[in-house]
Design a protein around this ligand. Structure first.
Ligand code: ADE
Ligand code: ZN
Length: 327
């Protein structure tokens, strides 16, 4: 059928992409060598073989270990540039990249080194790839709100180099309301606000991300299907959901892609989108996610492909003059 060709050529936005999750084993080894960092794996193959996850935490442990090779501004640039080249090949016209500063500042890497390297890659993508790219600073929810507040303070001198804040890492036991004050501060600064909710955590976390954090998008949100009143709210309010099918499969949020709730979300009128989350760890970039999802779910056809691409472009935080180029 023409569906795979349609998927390839549709312009789309990627709204849920952890830049540290785009770090391929080959680049991890190259950066380890360049920086003199010792890795507990003998080879690229041995590292990739360790990518067998049972839940979110089993992934996070290896994902934070992989990020330990990032030390210099050029390392952050190289990582983001490799992703943005890959995104361009998937017809991504807009990418909003999550980054986890606390993963790096905890290891003694200055915040400025992280954000300057990432931001330079975003600017170069706009100039030479025609990909509009911006950064969203994520707080690690397994750490305290005091640490998140300190991270926001550290980021203030670079306020113009990122467009919003998010919330990621271990969801269970760390509800959105734990971060009420830091999100209120971020909103007062005019930053966009998003949060991971309803990935492993219950629908109650989606409610509190909306009501307490007042987020503009929900990252994942797939467990919303368990709560009909929440589904009605998300549909009525037009809240975008940044869904990550291969991530959900690899982290055992769903047993099989054929069981994925994406068709249910779309049929209920939710503004769902497809995203890669951590492509180097979950076996695929954006179009790989699209292809695998459409192949596994016969309910998804051309109408759903157009809707998903349109949702992604409508859900971006790109300035209106940038959005005008997509219509
Ligand atoms: N950090 C990177 N990927 C994540 C995910 N899928 N959920 C929570 N935190 C993350
Ligand atoms: Zn994520």
């Amino acid at each position: 059928s023409a569906l795979p060709a349609l998927i390839e050529r549709l312009p789309k936005a990627e709204l849920h992409l952890h830049i540290e999750g785009s770090l391929e084993p080959e680049l991890i080894f190259a950066l380890a060598q360049r920086n003199g960092v010792a890795l507990p794996y003998a080879s690229v193959e041995a590292l990739r073989a360790a990518y067998a996850f049972t839940d979110l935490q089993s992934f996070l442990d290896i994902y934070y270990a992989g990020a330990s090779v990032l030390l210099q501004e050029q390392d952050f640039f190289d990582m983001a540039w490799a992703y943005l080249l890959r995104a361009q090949a998937d017809q991504v016209v807009r990418a909003e990249l999550f980054f986890d500063p606390q993963t790096h500042t905890e290891r003694g890497v200055p915040f400025e080194v992280v954000i300057r390297g990432l931001h330079r890659a975003c600017r170069q993508a706009q100039a030479s790839l025609g990909v509009s790219a911006d950064l969203i600073l994520c707080f690690l929810r397994h750490l305290s709100e005091e640490e998140a507040l300190a991270t926001l303070q550290q980021a203030l001198p670079y306020r113009d180099l990122f467009i919003g804040v998010g919330l990621d890492s271990a969801e269970r036991g760390h509800p959105p309301e734990k971060f009420a004050r830091v999100f209120a501060q971020a909103r007062a600064l005019g930053l966009h606000v998003v949060a991971h909710a309803g990935e492993e955590g219950p629908p109650a976390y989606v409610w509190s991300a909306l009501d307490v954090l007042q987020v503009e998008r929900i990252d994942h949100g797939v467990r919303s299907v368990e709560d009909p009143a929440l589904m009605d709210r998300l549909a009525a309010q037009g809240v975008p959901l940044t869904v990550c099918p291969l991530s959900n499969l690899k982290l055992c949020v769903v047993r099989d892609l054929a069981d994925h709730p994406l068709p249910t979300l779309l049929a209920a009128g939710l503004k769902a989108t497809i995203n890669a989350d951590d492509p180097a760890y979950f076996g695929g970039y954006l179009n790989d996610n699209w292809r695998a999802t459409f192949a596994a779910l016969p309910q998804l056809g051309p109408a759903q492909a157009y809707a998903l691409a349109r949702h992604s472009l409508e859900a971006t935080f790109a300035p209106p003059e940038v959005q005008a180029a997509w219509v």
